[in-house]
Design a binder for this molecule. Structure first.
Ligand SMILES: Nc1ncnc2c1ncn2[C@@H]1O[C@H](COP(=O)(O)OP(=O)(O)OP(=O)(O)O)[C@@H](O)[C@H]1O
Ligand SMILES: [Mg+2]
Length: 752
């Protein structure tokens, strides 16, 4: 039991006390995931059958790593563990129990794209305003409801939701939810949220099923518990109701998924639901240097909503945090790439010791370009993943349709691809008929003559014969043999092969790559079921971060902070530290949102082991327009004693009076507008008044003349006091109208 000796006393307690409910709430890098891993190893060594242990992680990658680490301790027995994300584990259970809730075990999983396309169609069919009912808005609302276990019918019956939607000018939201749900059900499809929602339904309506899984899962463990939503919480609660051996691990300071329905309340409810709860606190951080840990503490300390913790480390003090200040986004890319290159050479590091973290996926471009120029190998995680590429989705749609011929979204993709002369009108007719007749799509396709005349019908008949062929294959052959036959006889391979453009070539290679992947799957001795259904199940829940085929490869990773959760790197670059980017513009309207952004910053900082660097640009192209940027307020919130601003971000000479009065100094002052000579932007003639000092804005009123260090002179047009933050709408002479949040805007009032 050597591994237990490697733990500190509180970690050890949390590992060896395996019975009853327990909760480990602890800071970043304090060994929570490690404790969870060892706790499972310990259970197995005590004689618990791995089949009776369920461990839920946030990503499949985390699950894989955990399994490998446990295997190191207990040997191959660890393979029997039930381990994975909520979605993957419960998708597996739903496959086994699908009939009980009216699905077949071949149900399709709609990805976000499929869901949005379907919503778009429904909005169109209902003649609703497509600008008001944007697919992403509608899907977010539906998803929010499902995560709180509110069905479409309950939604429609709830006067509060109806009133909310009416005041948001979207009164048909409930109806759309219902229509969407019915369509998914009819297509034999579940979206991501349905996997959890339907598991709840299954457990609610089938006592025998709950009993069965309660007996299987004698021990339930959950990592990153702070990011579970009600739907997930309710599943874990049901499963552990009998044995009560549930162990959850999390950090309220790292809760970053409230926007998807995650609820910190789950931590508080947990104490109520399990009064006999054992709580463990871990405070020592083993990951990062003192500078990094203390800097992270100085940031999170600004949040009001938090459970107080004292995270400390005995690691070395380490280097100060460097700030890189660039004139433009492209320069930011070059400066970060250069810094990485220098650091790599100076300390003989590998590419994989580095991570570049940003707020949104679209920020990766400048870094990619710069890294490519410097011949540094990198990989963007997220963005358009392999399985989201068109050619891959097309072939997968054939495979999906073969298994579930009611899958409407798959049908739309393939019915006329490669071209066989079947137009949109024909497809719509088929779908409408299925809808009106209440008949399965597949039945309509099989009786196409009664719906559609002549040539189009013949083309569809040809298609149906083809699919029936594939169905037979899928039944009798393995996934690879089926897929290769589909790729060839459908004409997809030929079509791509004949396209000799660079893109065409790469699409052809991608399809080959998919086929290679299927071959690998079939050849894997650990996988028992080699049929097509088993393969599709495997890939339908892959998220970008997990498809790491070339895992031994040595590359710098570029990813969003959200996907970096739980990971650690020797050296971390957090880029785009600018107002409206991070914190995101969309998260400025309430204190709760801003605190979530701050927690996100905390997560980002605490990924770093020994080096941390923050960068920002003074200008950047956003939505096709050049924008001037202000440094992020978060830079100001870091205790300046941990920052090194001397090397790359030379402080501005204390020229502007505001810089002189600011407590933590020039780091955060954007370069004056003249920063980049290459940029041909109309220059503002604004010169700050010599005695500039921000005024108290509590008395600000429309009509007042004001001065702002960045935007110059302007007139207050209106006040907005609707949200938690007071805002002023100001017309600036040189910059047009801006809405400024008064608690952040430094304004001097000139006339009253
Ligand atoms: N007692 C210990 N001795 C040495 N190293 C440790 C100890 N506990 C944890 N570590 C190491 O510290 C690092 C952080 O541990 P781990 O990832 O488990 O933390 P965590 O609390 O899950 O972090 P996060 O909040 O980011 O998920 C890992 O590299 C781990 O191996
Ligand atoms: Mg962890």
């Amino acid at each position: 039991m050597d591994y237990i000796e490697s733990l500190n006393p509180s970690q050890k307690d949390a590992v060896i006390n395996t019975e009853g409910p327990s909760m480990i709430i602890a800071g970043a890098g304090s060994g929570k995931t490690r404790v969870l891993t060892f706790r499972i190893a310990n259970l197995i060594q005590k004689g618990v059958d791995p089949f009776n242990i369920l461990a839920l992680t946030f990503t499949n990658k985390a699950a894989k790593e955990m399994r490998e680490r446990i295997e190191k301790v207990v040997g191959p027995e660890a393979r029997g563990l039930w381990m994975g994300t909520f979605h993957s584990v419960f998708a597996r259970i739903l496959r086994a129990e699908a009939e009980k809730i009216g699905y077949t075990s071949n149900f399709t999983i709609y990805d976000t794209d499929d869901s949005k396309t379907l919503i778009k169609q429904i909005v169109k069919e209902q003649y609703l305003d497509e600008k008001l009912y944007k697919p992403s808005t509608v899907l977010a609302r539906i998803s929010g409801a499902k995560n709180r276990l509110i069905s479409a019918q309950e939604y429609l019956n709830n006067p509060h939701f109806m009133a909310d939607d009416a005041s948001a000018m979207r009164p048909e939201m409930g109806k759309l939810y219902k229509l969407y749900q019915d369509r998914c059900f009819k297509a034999g499809a579940m979206d991501f949220d349905d996997l959890l929602f339907n598991t709840n339904i299954l457990f609610k309506n089938h006592i025998d099923v709950v009993n069965k899984y309660q007996n299987i899962f004698k021990y339930v463990l959950v990592d990153e518990f702070q990011d579970t939503n009600l739907s997930q919480y309710s599943i874990t609660k049901k499963l552990s109701a009998k044995n009560r051996n549930i162990c959850v691990v999390g950090d309220d300071a790292q809760s970053i998924y409230a926007f998807r329905g995650a609820d910190i309340q789950n931590i508080l409810n947990f104490e109520k639901d399990y009064p006999e709860l054992q709580v463990y606190k871990l405070e020592q951080n083993y990951r990062s240097t003192k500078v990094i840990v203390n800097a992270a503490n100085s940031v999170i300390g600004k949040n009001k909503a938090q459970l107080k913790k004292n995270v400390f480390t005995e690691n070395e003090t380490g280097k100060l945090i460097e700030i890189i200040k660039a004139t433009s986004d492209n320069e930011e890319g070059r400066m970060v790439a250069t810094a990485i290159f220098e650091e790599k050479m100076a300390h003989q590091l590998k590419n994989k010791d580095f991570a570049i973290l940003y707020r949104t996926n679209s920020q990766s471009r400048a870094f990619e370009e710069a890294l490519r120029r410097m011949n540094l190998k990198y990989k963007v995680i997220g963005g358009l993943s392999f399985y989201q590429r068109k050619e891959i989705k097309d072939l997968v749609a054939y495979l999906r349709f073969t298994l579930n011929p009611n899958d409407e979204q798959a049908l739309r993709r393939i019915i006329n691809y490669p071209k066989r002369g079947i137009g949109d009108t024909t497809v719509s007719k088929l779908l409408v008929t299925a809808e009106e007749q209440g008949a399965p799509l597949w039945d309509v396709l099989n009786n196409v003559h009664s719906v559609i005349p002549g040539r189009a019908a013949a083309a569809i008949e040809g298609f149906v014969v083809q699919i029936k062929n594939y169905m037979r294959l899928a039944e009798n052959k393995d996934a690879f043999e089926t897929a290769i036959e589909v790729a060839q006889s459908s004409g997809i391979l030929k079509e791509l092969y004949e396209d000799k453009t660079v893109e065409g070539l790469s699409r052809y290679e991608n399809v080959q790559e998919l086929l290679n992947g299927i071959k690998e799957f079939v050849d894997n001795p650990n996988i028992e079921d080699k049929k097509l259904g088993s393969f599709l199940q495997e890939i339908s829940l892959l998220t970008d971060i997990e498809e790491e085929k070339d895992k031994d490869n040595d590359y710098i990773v570029l990813m969003t902070i959200h996907s970096a959760k739980g990971l650690e790197f020797k050296s971390v670059y957090i880029v785009g530290m600018e107002e409206e980017l991070f914190p995101s513009q969309m998260m400025l309207s309430s204190r709760a949102d801003l605190e979530e952004e701050r927690r996100l910053f905390y997560v980002a900082i605490t990924r770093a082991q020994s080096n941390l660097c923050l960068s920002f640009a003074a200008t950047r192209y956003r939505f096709g327009r050049l924008k001037e940027c202000e440094p992020s307020r978060f830079l100001n919130e870091l205790d300046p004693q941990y920052l090194n601003i001397s090397r790359r971000a030379r402080p501005e000479p204390a020229a502007t009076p505001a810089a002189a009065t600011s407590s933590s100094p020039q780091v955060i002052k954007a370069k004056p507008k003249t920063a980049s000579p290459v940029l041909s932007k109309p220059k503002s003639n604004y010169v700050p008044s010599p005695d500039f000092k921000p005024s108290d804005t509590s008395l600000l009123k429309p009509g007042m003349r004001v001065e702002h260090l960045k935007f110059g002179y302007g007139t207050v047009k209106a006040m907005d006091i609707s949200g938690t933050d007071r805002k002023a709408i100001i017309e600036f002479n040189d910059h047009g109208e801006k809405t400024l949040i008064l608690s952040f805007a430094k304004l001097k009032i000139h006339t009253t």
